[in-house]
Design a protein. Structure first.
Lengths: 335, 335
């Protein structure tokens, strides 16, 4: 073990859309550490800021969004200190992304192979020749259980949604990035393709050693794939920790508890579900205090007045909740 | 006499010479207040079956009867009555609502067309409808356009539109798959509450066995593979003791929101899932089936009743592991 900086680190990041008083903070004061070799999940519902956070990991937040506080660091180096060339290299060989609905991310009028060649020509330093790059891409396709010859010559319209999704993952891995970020990699797929993508990502993680960060709203996929989890709600991180701590019986943010109780599943108690009352707050009209308080069964007076901050227990399991964190106080208070 | 009879229905979109029909001699019967769920992967024909049930397409062979009468023989007032009595809730509330119509027009036009209300009664009726589906029951809400609503609100509007005509059968085609997890159960509960309050049957189309298990409790499920019904029976029985290999593999593929259970299941998994296309001769599933033998590849199996009300089209159902497929939560990791 060394004191080397973590592979990817988000420090107190706030991303705003719009100006001045009317700015909407899609991500507010979020910190996150991704260690090399992890599979990390970012979880939350529509509009919670999880995709914006994923975009921030590549410094590709769509305008008018911008970072107004905090920063993101790759191997200890802040994106704010990087020049254009360095950022370009970062996005190619440092952190690669598979966007949501990646099946629509190919150019429909050129073959997949042509698009791979474009990528190889734009980043000539990764492989000695385009042919070597092609050979590596075809190896990736095989790992993704796709027929290399057919994919290389295909236009995107000739592939099924599940195949396009996997071809997009192969393209993202082409330049051997240290981190692969996937935005909702399983969402538009049916059960069998979803299972295939889960199994393949596990295999790629094991065989290539690539660090994976994925965004999802599906806690079942998190349970199957992730090692670490961060749960977001209305722009804030409410809980973070190892997957077994999040799903375990110990401390748990009331929002996460409610989410887990809202999923009908094949588990033996999978029929005992309860909807979460109310709605996710509008980011333009946030409640004072805890953002989950209006829907929370445990909420007290303090929850409606003061926004809670995340506190970790001895195992690094972080929860941002006044009520849940009370139990930490007698044993010495927040760390 | 059933409410809906689908008798030996075959459907194809292309010319007769196309290899496989989308639906191949499908039988299905629904009584008043029944809930029948249709499960299968993308492209298995579930949506086509729903479209035929509501009369959006005419089957190339076989018959669809509503109240005992062939729906394609109905004329004039009878046909209008059928179109009113069978309603559809579609998957994507971003696509199923006309973006140029206010909620008032979205909901009001059908009521006026079917002469269920007069123009004078309409405003009060519309507000009542909004209240029925848990939306903000105000005249202001009626003046909104779909783009001003969240996904969950839109789906409630789509449900209000279907329920406004007092249907006897509602086809719900993946009605919750585009919604956030926390919204899903409340939409399912809303649909179920309409069934309790009115005499209403559901044809519920989904690829998610977890959702099906919750919605079709006490009802039936049919499992389709490439246009063929491979298994049908009482919901919980099919889920706990699948008697067709395809059902078994689908259930195994579904992620469960519990990491310990997920690891345990991954260890017993047979890795028999492939993307093999349907077989042209013999059993339609034989290309993918881990237990297929020579007979399966030669001769299509007949549909047999394996338990009361529980049918399977499999030569070798005894090959399927009998341990229950619903999963124990947590539990030790020891094998």
């Amino acid at each position: 073990m060394s004191d080397a900086p973590p592979l990817l680190e988000v420090r107190d990041l706030t991303v705003a859309f719009g100006d001045g008083n009317r700015a909407i903070r899609a991500v507010e004061g979020v910190s996150l550490t991704v260690q090399a070799g992890e599979i990390h999940a970012l979880v939350g519902e529509s509009g919670c800021g999880k995709s914006t956070l994923a975009y921030a990991l590549l410094d590709v937040i769509p305008p008018p969004g911008r970072v107004i506080h905090g920063d993101v660091r790759f191997r200890g180096r802040s994106y704010g200190q990087m020049g254009k060339t360095e950022l370009r290299t970062l996005r190619a060989a440092g952190v690669a992304m598979v966007f949501q609905a990646a099946m629509n991310s190919f150019n429909p009028v050129v073959t997949i192979g042509h698009q791979v060649e474009h990528t190889l020509e734009a980043h000539p330093r990764v492989f000695p020749s385009v042919a070597a790059g092609r050979a590596y891409f075809e190896e990736l396709l095989q790992r993704l259980r796709l027929p290399p010859e057919r994919i290389w010559n295909a236009f995107e319209s000739q592939l099924s949604g599940g195949m396009k999704q996997r071809a997009a993952i192969a393209l993202a891995l082409l330049l051997k990035p240290a981190v692969l970020v996937l935005d909702e990699p399983t969402t538009a797929l049916d059960v069998l393709n979803q299972r295939l993508v889960i199994d393949i990502l596990k295999e790629l993680h094991a065989s290539l050693g690539v660090t994976i960060v994925f965004v999802t709203h599906d806690l079942a996929v998190v349970a199957e794939l992730a090692q670490s989890v961060a749960v977001m709600y209305a722009g804030r991180m409410v809980e973070a920790g190892r997957v077994d701590d999040i799903f375990g019986r110990g401390r748990r943010h009331p929002y996460v508890a409610a989410l887990l109780e809202a999923i009908p599943s094949l588990l033996d108690d999978g029929l005992q579900v309860h909807p979460i009352p109310g709605q996710v707050p509008d980011l333009a009209h946030l409640p004072t205090g805890c953002r989950f308080a209006p829907r929370c069964p445990l909420a007290r007076q303090i929850c409606r007045e003061v926004e809670p901050i995340g506190q970790s227990d001895a195992w690094g399991h972080e929860v941002a909740c006044h009520v849940v964190n009370e139990e930490l106080l007698p044993s010495g208070g927040p760390t | 006499m059933s409410l809906l009879d689908v008798d030996g229905v075959t459907h194809r979109y292309g010319p007769e010479t196309d290899d496989r029909p989308v639906l191949d001699a499908v039988d299905l019967h629904l009584d008043d207040r029944d809930i029948v769920a249709v499960v299968g992967e993308s492209g298995c024909g579930k949506t086509t079956l729903g479209r035929l049930a509501v009369g959006l397409a005419r089957p190339v062979d076989g018959q669809i009867r509503f109240d005992g009468r062939d729906v394609w023989s109905l004329r004039g007032r009878d046909r209008l009555g059928y179109r009113r009595a069978v309603q559809l809730v579609q998957q994507d509330p971003y696509a199923s609502l006309n973006p140029g119509l206010t909620i008032e027009n979205t909901l009001g036009d059908a009521l006026l067309y079917h002469r269920l209300v007069t123009r004078r009664q309409l405003p009060a009726k519309l507000v009542e409808l909004l209240a029925d589906v848990g939306l903000d029951a105000t005249p202001e809400f009626l003046r909104r356009f779909p783009h001003q609503l969240s996904g969950g609100q839109r789906q409630r509007v789509a449900i209000a539109r279907a329920m406004s005509l007092q249907p006897r059968l509602v086809v719900a085609d993946e009605a919750t798959s585009m919604l956030d997890v926390s919204m899903r159960v409340s939409i399912l509960d809303l649909l179920l509450s309409f069934r309790r309050e009115r005499s209403l049957a559901y044809l519920f189309i989904s690829h998610d066995f977890g959702v099906v298990r919750y919605f079709a409790q006490g009802g039936r499920v049919i499992v389709m593979f490439y246009g063929v019904v491979v298994e049908a029976g009482p919901t919980e029985q099919v889920i706990r003791q699948p008697r067709h290999p395809y059902t078994y593999l689908l259930l195994q593929a579904i992620p469960v929101p519990d990491p310990a259970a997920a690891r345990r299941r991954a260890a017993v998994d047979t890795d028999a899932r492939t993307e093999a296309p349907p077989a042209r001769t013999g059993c339609v599933f034989s290309n993918r089936c881990p237990w297929a033998d020579e007979r399966c590849r030669q001769t299509a199996p007949p549909t047999i009743e394996i338990a009361p009300g529980h049918t399977t089209a499999c030569w070798r159902p005894e090959q399927i592991p009998t341990e229950t497929v619903t999963v124990r939560r947590g539990a030790p990791d020891v094998a």
